[in-house]
Design a protein around this ligand. Sequence first.
Ligand code: ADP
Length: 333
Amino acid sequence: MLVLERKMNQGMSERLVQASESRGWQESAHQELQRAFDTLSEQKIELEEAYRWSTVAHSEIQRAFDELKVANGAKTRFLATVFHELKTPLTSISAFADILNKNRAGNLKARELKQLDVIRRNVRRLNLLINDLLDLTRIDAGTLVLEPGELPVSELLNDMSAMFEPILNRRNQFLEVEDGTSGQWVKGDRDRLEQMVTNLVTNASKFSPEGAAAGLGANASGDQLELTVTDSRVGIPEESVGQIFDAFYRVDNEETRGVTGTGAGLYITSSIVRFHGGNLTVDSTYGQGMTFRAVVPGVMDGPSVEHLQREATRLETIDEHKSRLEEEPREAA
Ligand code: ADP
């Protein structure tokens, strides 16, 4: 009995010890939890504060961005007006220089003829420069709009080759045309596609020495047209390849130092390709030449019905104007 009683007492005191241990543990757990909770509350306050600041900063940045956008738009409009205004007097200088040039025989002395040629050359350069700057402002303002159209690829190549022949001949250079298309057409803005090829072939010519050959090629694959322009003499150093499509970037080395230009051509050219939904890439081997590859979508087996209808309407309008012109003098008489 005594043994039993002792055992019971022992059991009870063990449970009491366990209970008090458990209470101690619960209290320390509770304190731990309280501490964690306090830390979390502090962090929550800090986070709320940071969030408030970031919201303020965000709206500040947004306001600054909006102001910059407005200022940039005003700058672009101002530049577009200035470039446009520059063109007006330039057009009249150019027209008068052309008139003088037509009357050159007999009326002008040899020295004056030379001066006239300098005026005409510089007017041409200024015109090209202003057109490039106008294009740059339009691209940056997002206002360069393509004139949608369709054209036979071979016609584009032939026109370009005919236009370049006399220019390249002056430096004994020549353009090899390889037309891999088979009567296919492409959707696009004819003037802008011609501008793209002109920029690339002009570069191939002006950065190459006398007597060099340039290549202009076209190939169609499915919906994609690939236009390539190659030259095989100069090229650019590898570290410059990633930058030549940036506006105003020019490689500064012995080969390019004497060549005129603004560095705007390839930026405009790559933008034209991009606006057509395509991509312009380049391969260059320094000392050996470059290949520019423009890939644009929109290849067609022939003209669309809409294009033919538009052409028929255009020709009819021209005929109408012609016959009106023929009628009018008779009515007047
Ligand atoms: P620009 O011809 O007015 O200098 P571009 O934007 O057309 O400007 O070309 C940028 C630069 O890329 C050129 O200044 C030249 O250094 C380099 N480049 C472009 N095309 C060629 C080429 N075919 N051969 C060698 N360098 C070239």
